[in-house]
Design a protein around this ligand. Sequence first.
Ligand SMILES: [Zn+2]
Length: 343
Amino acid sequence: MTFKDFSEHEQAVQLLQRSLERGRLAHAYLLTGDESAVLESVARTLAKTLNCLDPVRAGQGSAAVDACDACLNCRKIENENHADVHWVRPESKSRVIVVDQMRELMREIQLKPSEAAFKVAIIVAADRLKTEAANAFLKTLEEPPAKSVLILLSTEPQRILETILSRCLRLNFGGQGGGRFDDVTLRWLNEFGETAAGEQRSLLGRYRLMDVVGKRLSEIRAQVETEMKARSPLERYDDVEKDLREKWEDELTAAVESEYRRQRAELMLAMQWWFRDVWLQSSRAGEGLLNFPGQTASQKLGGRLPARQSLANLEVLEQTQRLLHTNVQEALAIEVAMLKLNL
Ligand SMILES: [Zn+2]
């Protein structure tokens, strides 16, 4: 496969190809998505492109942006027997990546490429890296040897250790971006964007932004409560015995909490996608990739933020999303996030 075969994931592929073209490849990528096979194909294609003997170039004399899929290197990489492209997969009985596998990989990656231009390490199911193996890997992840690229793959990125996540550039090869959100969310996102892009130098401005998020969360909670109550047997049976009533009440509370958390995660995701647009705007990556085209607010904010700060915003939101999965106090987590954002 070559990059042009990933038409479903055009956005992420274009981001990768643009970095290739500019010679600005990150040292470490985290590719996320719903299907492990797709992620493996993308990683394989990137490895081929970096080492292809007859690559597709953006222009004459410029950098390779796609592989030929036919040369000796491409074929070896396809068959996973290229000396400079290393794969690590969960192997042990418990389906984790053990520390010995990582030590072996790091030994390999420190050696000079033997037959190609780049050393590539591909770690399948990076969420299966347990603490010890991950810690052994951190130093390499922070300072990879020259001419090496680390590619981590995961269908469950929420399970990856924070220390690893924060050192990788994340690209998503799943989901449909902004198209998945309903009208209410999109309208709210508009308001959020306008507030974020408006005057934000003051603390008051930050609290206004928190208020926009807080109000929407209260609305979501109230709506979930109404809907779940209407479905509960409590509404239909008045005279039930105390034990049964209590059981139904507990079930209702649990159902409300779980549905609320799901919808809250969706709202956070919408914010993440919006800030991804801001990042695309500040890195001048092009209109075609935007999740919410026509949003002037993301353009405005992206226009004044350096790409580095926009990328840091994405990390803030991802971290908040992960914190919210734990039992952290919601209002506090949101407040910290809104104060940390670069606006
Ligand atoms: Zn080739």
